[in-house]
Design a protein around this ligand. Structure first.
Ligand code: ATR
Length: 277
């Protein structure tokens, strides 16, 4: 009888020790009774491509990629999904049988699916979406909304120039407003999405007046430390629908797991608890 080789995947980043992905994927491997491992690997920028090629030679099925390698991950790929090209960065690499690298970006999928799991009737097309922040996470959220045919997207960022760059990259399909207009913009929105680090433990809060949050709006925060941010608390107090950031993190992991391990993982309350520990 031949040796049964475990299936292997990893997450590459720098720093990497804080990453929740190993805990999540190893939970799923156990849940699905798969003979496999998912490991964190700290990689310097200059070693990224060499490490990827070595992992492929060692028989890994693929990897997740996080800061600072997301743009390089797309560049070294032989093929990539349209959403990864659109965002300009990849977070998931799949090594094919032909020893080629396929790059995907599952952040947009994670953002949309997380909301849909909680609110199946949510329609991203309808109304104005207000996106706070203009970093990498903001890019993925905007790509998700644009791919769904969102009517109107307004981006607010402390450094307005960064939002202007984003607007140019997305062919002027979004509107940019100064950070100071936050309350005036939020008041007539259908979706409010925080992609900044504001509201995280130890940081200041999003400077929005709760009375401007529409009751009908869906409010989503990508921050998950704490799980109920000040923004989500305010939204709840207004009676708005809320979605937390842990769900997006979990959902962005699903397509990679399916590609590497050939099974669909389940999102459970137990997993959420494990990741929050
Ligand atoms: P990510 O890739 O996770 O989106 P990032 O690129 O570092 O992370 O972006 C962080 C976001 O939080 C940015 O939009 C940043 O605003 P600036 O572009 O002005 O830096 C925003 N942010 C961080 N601290 C902030 C603060 N105190 N007030 C307002 N926005 C803040």
């Amino acid at each position: 009888m031949g040796e049964v080789r475990p299936l292997l995947a990893a997450v590459l980043g720098n720093p990497i020790s804080h990453s929740k992905s190993p805990r999540m994927h190893n939970y799923w491997l156990k849940q699905r009774n798969i003979n496999g491992y998912y490991i964190p690997i700290k990689v310097e920028v200059e070693d990224f491509e060499r490490t990827i090629r070595s992992l492929m030679d060692m028989g890994f099925s693929g990897v997740n990629v996080t800061i600072p390698h997301k743009v390089s991950a797309l560049k070294i790929a032989d093929e990539s999904s349209s959403i990864a090209k659109y965002i300009g960065a990849a977070n998931t690499l799949i090594f094919t049988k032909e020893k080629e690298i396929y790059a995907d970006n599952t952040d947009a999928f994670g953002f949309l699916n997380n909301i849909r799991c909680k609110y199946p009737s949510w329609n991203p097309k309808k109304g104005t979406s207000v996106v706070l922040g203009a970093g990498g996470a903001s890019r993925a959220v905007i790509a998700a909304l644009l791919s769904e045919g969102s009517e109107k997207i307004i981006v607010l960022n402390r450094t307005i120039e960064k939002a202007e760059v984003l607007k140019r990259d997305y062919n002027n399909k979004i509107t940019v407003e100064p950070w100071e207009h936050l309350n005036d913009i939020v008041v007539s929105s259908s979706n409010i999405i925080n992609t900044t680090s504001l509201g995280m433990n130890g940081k200041t809060f999003i400077p929005v007046n709760p009375k401007f949050i529409p009751k009908e709006a869906l409010v989503s925060d990508l921050v998950y430390t704490p799980i109920e941010t000040n923004l989500l608390k305010m939204a709840k107090s207004r009676g708005s629908r809320t979605v937390d950031g842990l769900g997006m993190l979990i959902h962005q992991g699903i397509p990679g797991f399916e590609a590497w391990f050939d099974q669909t993982p389940l999102v459970t309350e137990e997993l959420r608890k494990i990741l929050l520990k």
